[in-house]
Design a binder for this molecule. Structure first.
Ligand code: NAP
Length: 324
């Protein structure tokens, strides 16, 4: 098979396209012919040795794939050859063949293309868990989404809207906000040109928002505390900006606000039944035409370094996938 290999920690330019033997599934694993491999921000960190999940070189990066099952381990009970799945790997996805535990595979909705599937599992799994379990978002509430045109951000805009929230998208350019509006956002704030804090106050008549979805971190986190309303749930999803913010506890106290971490990968292992229920809900929403993954660009496998660099340069909107 063809695969992208991280032979030493560093930037995307150090990645190598290699020919490797096909991976063999273990007893509880399946092998998947990869039709699309999702490119996710954590991939940019894993190849630098900076992610919470550490793989040692040489390894094949890539946290998620979509494709057909071509081989099953002898203790696999639910999946069979020919099934269309999205799988969380969490490395090994940037390849024409990948293995994943059966427990980390979800069926693709019948109408979903395999290319869309490459941008489905990880972001919609994360966002459904964040909004349903972590925030208990209710219809009529106001949801502020940072990085609203990015992978998890755009999915949060879509799912927040279909759960009945008023969605305020926040991003670094008007073009990104236009995309978020197309995908359901009611309002947009360009946080490069204007104050997030003042804009949220103006849009909510000083009340603040009920839920904040933050995959960006850095200095914007302070503005989020000001944008929060009474009883706000502040979802800590990631730190794409690069800096981990510190939150003063007094600011949480004053608004009876909750800062809530979101760690989808660990949640899938600890609460598989709830994760499966989330995916059943996602499939029902997808089948009813309520949302569609936005795949803004596809790249060939050997263009993986370019795809990762575009992500780091904030050029990407929605999801990008590698098509081996
Ligand atoms: N907790 C979990 O379970 C979980 C699951 C998946 C992902 N994540 C995390 O969520 C974050 C977003 O992941 P993603 O795959 O959605 O990434 P993405 O598509 O690249 O989106 C990240 C967004 O962050 C903003 N951003 C601000 N400063 C940035 C910088 N210096 N470099 C890059 N982007 C910057 C960009 O929006 P603007 O240009 O509009 O600011 C960008 O659209 C990552 O930190 C990732 O690790 C967490």
């Amino acid at each position: 098979m063809k695969a992208i290999v991280c032979t030493q920690f560093g930037g995307p330019a150090l990645l190598d396209l290699q020919s490797l033997s096909d991976p063999k599934p273990g007893p509880r694993e399946v092998r998947i012919a990869v039709a699309a491999a999702g490119v996710n921000f954590p991939d940019t960190l894993i190849i630098q040795g900076k992610y919470q999940y550490r793989a040692e070189p040489p390894f094949v990066p890539g946290a998620e794939v979509a494709g057909e099952v071509v081989e099953v381990g002898d203790q696999v009970s639910r999946l069979k050859v020919g099934d269309r799945v999205a799988a969380f790997t969490p490395v090994g996805g940037y390849a024409s063949q990948a293995v994943a535990p059966e427990a980390a595979c979800v069926p693709l909705p019948a109408g979903m293309s395999l290319t869309e599937g490459g941008g489905y599992g990880l972001v919609y799994g994360t966002v459904s868990h964040a909004l349903i379990q972590c925030a208990a978002l209710k219809a009529g509430e106001t949801l502020l989404v940072l990085g609203a045109a990015g992978g998890v951000g755009l999915a949060a805009v879509q799912l927040g809207k279909l759960m009945g929230a008023r969605v305020i998208a926040a991003a670094s350019s008007d073009a990104k906000l236009a995309l978020a509006r197309e995908q359901g956002a009611d309002d947009g704030i360009n946080y490069r040109d204007t104050s997030l804090k003042d804009s949220v106050k103006a849009l909510t008549r000083g009340q603040g928002v009920d839920v904040i979805f933050d995959p960006v971190g850095g200095p914007l986190a302070r503005d989020c505390l000001s944008a929060a309303g009474w009883g706000c749930r502040y979802l800590i999803v990631g730190f794409a900006e690069g800096n981990i913010p510190e939150l003063p506890a007094n600011r949480l106290l004053l608004k009876e606000m909750a800062a809530k971490g979101v760690f989808w990968g660990a949640f899938t292992a600890r609460e598989p039944a709830t994760n499966a229920a989330n995916f059943a809900q996602l499939a029902a929403w997808y089948d009813a035409g309520r949302f569609k993954p936005v795949i803004s660009q596809t790249y060939a496998l050997d263009q993986a370094p370019q795809a990762l660099q575009d992500l780091l340069d904030r050029k990407v909107t929605g999801k990008v996938v590698l098509v081996p």
